[in-house]
Every structure is written in C-alpha cells, then in structure tokens.
Design a protein around this ligand. Structure first.
Ligand SMILES: C[S@@+](CC[C@H](N)C(=O)[O-])C[C@H]1O[C@@H](n2cnc3c(N)ncnc32)[C@H](O)[C@@H]1O
Length: 87
C-alpha cells in the first residue's frame, strides 16, 4: 500500500487494521453498526473522518460545517475502545 487504498467491498468484511485514516460517507445507522469494528480493528491514533453522519454518543474531536454538510473527526483511543467498542 502507498498512501491511499480504495477497495470495493463489504465494509464489515474489509481488512482495515493497517489504516491510519478512514473516511466514511455512510448513514447514521451504518456508522453505529460499524463503530465496534472500527474500534476493534484500528490502532490507537487512527483518525476517522465521517461526512455528514456522526457516531452517536461517541463525541467527535472536531466538527466542521460547510454549507449544508458537517464533517466529523474522531481519533481511536484506548478510552474510546473501552467506552464505545462494545456497543
Ligand atoms: C450516503 S451514501 C454515500 C455514497 C458514497 N459513499 C458517496 O461518497 O457518494 C451511503 C452508502 O453506503 C453504502 N453502504 C451501506 N452499507 C454498506 C456496506 N456494508 N458495505 C459497503 N457499503 C455500504 C450504500 O451502498 C450507500 O451507497
């Protein structure tokens, strides 16, 4: 892998453990279903950037709104893994 890898795959089957940044443009319901996998598979320090849809009660480090859309930034931490990884 160089800097970026694009894959056409089922999100829930994708091998993401080497990612350092994951970008998402899904739906709130899919983000919430995917959250345990993200927090299980990704190393601490990995950033997750989600277009438009947040991660429920996991609060973003930062959110930026432009026109009608908001982008949310999350960082995987041991605390987030413990708090949100199982739900
Ligand atoms: C809001 S749309 C965004 C479309 C596209 N990502 C984009 O940037 O324009 C949400 C997309 O999530 C995709 N999606 C939902 N569940 C998925 C899954 N398990 N694996 C891969 N894609 C999924 C849907 O097919 C849909 O295209």
């Amino acid at each position: 892998m160089k800097l970026v890898r694009f894959e056409e795959n089922d999100l829930f089957e994708a091998d993401i453990h080497e990612a350092t940044v994951v970008t998402l443009f899904l739906l709130s319901s899919v983000n919430l279903k995917l959250r345990p996998k993200l927090l299980k598979d990704l190393e601490p320090g990995t950033r997750i950037v989600s277009n438009t849809f947040d991660m429920g009660d996991w609060k973003p480090d930062k959110q930026v709104s432009m026109d009608w859309r908001t982008v949310y930034l999350y960082t995987v931490t041991e605390q987030a893994k413990a708090e949100y990884g199982g739900k």
